[in-house]
Write a new protein. Structure first.
Length: 498
């Protein structure tokens, strides 16, 4: 008894899934020749490459996650500002490294004079540097006032600086930045370095030297609530210089200075200290950055500055800082936009890093869309022409054979033309156009069959009457030829580029 053949094993579930998800969707690619793929794919690849190159030249690199800021002495106002900046930037996952210094002068050296120093941001007092000395620096605006406190030993209050000629003056410690400011003030009054004795001390050390008689005058840059200032104002041997007589002249000649007024009783209302209003000169502090600092970080710094410095102070009004003022360095574009109220749109609704990523993606997408839109209009007709051309090129062969059939053909010629038609038919069978063009392929095959049938009739007549005089094509045959030619012509007119 014969056994029935064993059935083939059913394909596994993995195989069926692979066939459904991967193999079948990709099978249509075999219906289009590589020439068609290249005709369409190469322009797209070139356009994409150009778009990526254009976008790469326009887009900014991603903002850094760590930047460094030069502050000042650890117990000073600059250090306190730096701590507040660090806390605010940390909310947007940006680490701010604080670098303590001796003061504004050392800050200037790190960010202005030393191009290799790893400092991106610094608080710089006005009058310390110039754009010619540091063309790589830009300002984000003025963020605070630093009052210039000039105390002189004696009982009588002085009303200006010329009386300091020939005195011993504590101009500040090295790196504090006060020394350069004092020399500019004295120089404006014609007091050179040889006209006074300079003590390079500051702070508590300078105040002690004044009270002990080792210094005739001292120059301090301290916040008005500093305990050191209260001690000096209470001392009967120290008098605060009042600049009310010529303060306006100083601010005109030295634009980095501004006039401020210490109100009567500001230091102590109960004892009414000072006993009357005192006009002081104040240096303006700028927040400066290197021109290489990422624009997004600059915007974050400006937002932080608005929170740190916007409160009311002894010498400034509410929301006076940060202020859009040009002192020593040119203002950055981000500062102009920030003070104009144009906060980045995406940062109003998205977290900093998400907004920055979306903003950079938009820069990539704009040139890509600009290139893709023309391609959408050009490539479909180009592809349609490339597909139709593969079909309509055979109509030239059919028209040639049909025209030859209008004359008298020998048996050998009919055999050759029949072989040629068989070859055309074989080649046409190798075409696999997309389904949208299948009807044109079938029309071509019908026309090939028509010409083959017509050639078969001619060959049959030649065999039936070998000695007869060949008869020209009948009117009906001519009409049939016109039909094929008309179909070919119509196809040629449909094909773009023909």
């Amino acid at each position: 008894m014969s056994q029935s053949p064993r059935a083939a094993p059913a394909p596994s579930r993995t195989r069926r899934l692979l066939n459904r998800v991967v193999i079948r969707p990709l099978s249509w690619t075999r219906l289009v020749s590589w020439r068609q793929w290249l005709l369409v794919g190469v322009p797209i690849a070139i356009a994409v490459a150009i778009g990526l190159w254009v976008a790469a030249t326009l887009v900014e690199p991603a903002p850094p996650r760590r930047v460094t800021m030069a502050t000042g002495p650890e117990a000073g106002a600059y250090a306190a500002f730096g701590e507040q900046y660090r806390a605010l930037l940390a909310e947007d996952r940006v680490t701010l490294d604080l670098r303590p210094t001796a003061g504004a002068r050392e800050n200037w050296k790190l960010i202005g004079e030393d191009a290799n120093a790893a400092v991106d941001i610094a608080l710089i007092r006005g009058g310390i540097g110039t754009p010619e000395e540091a063309p790589h620096l830009e300002s984000l605006g003025v963020v605070s006032y630093e009052a210039l406190w000039v105390f002189c030993r004696g009982k009588a209050m002085l009303d200006d600086l010329p009386a300091l000629r020939g005195r011993t003056i504590a101009i500040g410690a090295k790196g504090a930045g006060t020394r350069r400011l004092v020399r500019k003030l004295l120089g404006a009054n014609g007091i050179g370095d040889d006209d006074f004795t300079a003590l390079e001390i500051g702070g508590v050390e300078a105040a002690t030297a004044l009270l002990e008689g080792r210094a005739d005058c001292i120059v301090l840059l301290e916040p008005p609530e500093a305990g050191l200032l209260k001690a000096l104002i209470y001392s009967p041997d120290a008098q605060l210089v009042d600049f009310s007589r010529r303060a306006d002249a100083y601010t005109k000649l030295l634009p980095f200075l501004t006039k401020v007024v210490l109100p009567e009783g500001a230091n102590d209302l109960e004892d009414n200290r000072p006993p009357k209003p005192v006009t002081l000169l104040a240096a303006q502090t700028e927040l400066v950055v290197r021109d290489t600092l990422h624009p997004a970080i600059r915007t974050l710094l400006l937002q932080a500055a608005a929170k740190v410095h916007s409160g009311v102070g002894m010498f400034n009004a509410d929301r006076e800082f940060p202020a859009l003022r040009t002192l020593d360095f040119p203002l950055a574009e981000e500062a102009l936009r920030f003070h104009a109220g144009s906060r980045p749109f995406l940062q109003r609704w998205l977290p900093f890093w998400v907004a920055n990523l979306v903003d950079r993606l938009i820069v990539f997408l704009v040139p890509m869309i600009a290139i893709a839109l023309p391609l959408v209009r050009v490539l479909p007709p180009l592809y349609a022409w490339s597909v139709r051309r593969r079909i309509y090129r055979w109509y030239g062969e059919l028209m040639y054979i049909e025209n030859e059939m209008l004359r008298d053909l020998s048996t050998g010629e009919t055999t050759d033309f029949a072989a040629r038609l068989d070859w055309i038919e074989h080649e046409v069978h190798q075409l696999h156009p997309p389904l949208a063009y299948a009807h044109q392929l079938y029309q071509l095959r019908q026309h090939i069959d028509f010409v083959q049938d017509k050639l078969g009739l001619i060959a049959q007549r030649a065999q039936d009457a070998p000695d007869a005089v060949p008869v020209p094509a009948t009117r009906a045959q001519g009409a049939d030829a016109d039909a094929v030619g008309g179909a070919a012509a119509a196809g040629s007119l449909d094909a773009p580029g023909m």
